[in-house]
Design a binder for this molecule. Sequence first.
Ligand SMILES: [Zn+2]
Length: 138
Amino acid sequence: MFDNIGEKIKLVAKVNCAIIAVACVICGFGVMFNSSFLLGLLIMAAGVLVGWAGSLVLYGFGELVDSTTVLRQAAEKQQAQSAAPVASTPHAAAESKGYSLSSMAAQRQSTVNGWVCKKCNKRNNTTAMFCSDCGTSR
Ligand SMILES: [Zn+2]
């Protein structure tokens, strides 16, 4: 019901302007024919002017509400965008976790492929307890 309130205010402003103008023109016609033509004309002109001026203020207010809504939506959108990097932080953490996982996999791979002798740097079988080249204990 209160969605697009700026649009509604602007619509009310237009309707308000029309109603006041029409009412004053009718009233002015009445005065014109019953008493003074000039007074009737004055009422008409004043009515149209007052209706227009009042609607202008109301229309301006509607425009203001409209732009405020747009600004607020833009701000909310920006806020959501600035919140996105915060949300991506766990992703970055997962990425670094993935990296450590892959390094763990590399470590496991090296144990699968065997072990490197600390004395002669020969790669030995995983099951071997001593270096096949120099006999150094694992
Ligand atoms: Zn060795």
